[in-house]
Design a protein around this ligand. Structure first.
Ligand SMILES: Nc1ncnc2c1ncn2[C@@H]1O[C@H](COP(=O)(O)OP(=O)(O)OP(=O)(O)O)[C@@H](O)[C@H]1O
Ligand SMILES: [Mg+2]
Length: 252
């Protein structure tokens, strides 16, 4: 499990993650929701050790992340960041190969090659494998990054807004895929989402943050209530039941 105990992060005078105690990483899909600036990416940064906490601790499977070697951590947790700035001109294949680095250290074994092929196939990237990342559409590029994370073959997969830049079809496709990664491959997925209807449809648990704190943590049905969503987002949200499922309406 990924356990945060009193995790706190401050920048100057402002506390952006405020004494957060929680755990993630059970089987299935957990969605992390909340308004811009709530602290979602900061929380992921702490877990992936991209950011050091000012107080509190983060542990993964009982080990403090600050004590783990970088390789060890990267073989256990994969974090897809919200902004992927890849400077070099890489092909899809190169990127996915890069995901194997914690295992291969740059010398690919047959197992590494198999994992790369599996990830490319899983994301249907076969035809695009030799394309450069800057020759892809936003959605294709997003798929390539998810393939990279999949090739890393970790127990925990954290995805920060993986639906960015995707059209309706591809959003749905990616969410189904994430669900399958959990159900078929046993990945323990935590995903930051802004569309609460996707969160509601595809996750087992929803954690809502606001102002650096967790303000709700419950099953879909308990979160998908107007009073809870109003509290999280500070905006009016209607919830209707369609085919027995709660659907949030926030367009009007
Ligand atoms: N390096 C930094 N220096 C100063 N403030 C920062 C820094 N990184 C993040 N913050 C602030 O911390 C707060 C939380 O940011 P964070 O990126 O975790 O939010 P978020 O919930 O991921 O938001 P979004 O939905 O917009 O991605 C924000 O107010 C942000 O401005
Ligand atoms: Mg963010």
């Amino acid at each position: 499990m990924i356990v945060l105990e009193g995790a706190t992060k401050r920048y100057g005078g402002s506390t952006v993650l405020d004494d957060v105690t929680t755990s993630f990483g059970e089987e299935g899909v957990v969605s992390l929701i909340g308004p811009n600036g709530a602290g979602k990416s900061t929380l992921f940064g702490l877990v992936g050790r991209l950011i050091a906490p000012d107080a509190g601790s983060v542990s993964v499977d009982g080990q403090d992340v600050r004590m783990a070697s970088p390789g060890e951590l990267a073989r256990t947790i994969a974090v897809l960041r919200q902004d992927n700035h890849i400077a070099a001109r890489l092909t899809v294949e190169d990127l996915v190969e890069f995901g194997r680095f914690p295992h291969s250290r740059g010398r690919l074994t047959s197992v590494d090659r198999d994992k790369i092929e599996e990830a490319l196939a899983y994301l249907s990237l076969g035809d695009l494998r030799t394309r450069f990342l800057d020759e892809l559409s936003g959605g294709q590029r997003q798929r390539a990054f998810i393939a990279m994370v999949l090739a890393q073959d970790t127990k925990y997969v954290l995805l920060d807004e993986p639906l960015n830049n995707l059209d309706l079809k591809h959003m749905t496709e990616i969410m189904r895929l994430i669900r399958r990664m959990a159900d078929e491959l046993g990945k323990r997925v935590v995903i930051v989402l802004h569309d609460i209807n996707f969160a509601s449809t595809y996750s087992d648990r929803i954690v809502a943050m606001r102002d650096g704190r967790i303000v709700a943590d419950a099953s879909r049905d308990a979160i998908m209530r107007p009073e809870v969503l109003r509290e999280v987002y500070d905006t009016e949200v209607e919830v209707r039941e369609i085919d027995g499922k709660p659907v949030a309406l926030y367009y009007s």
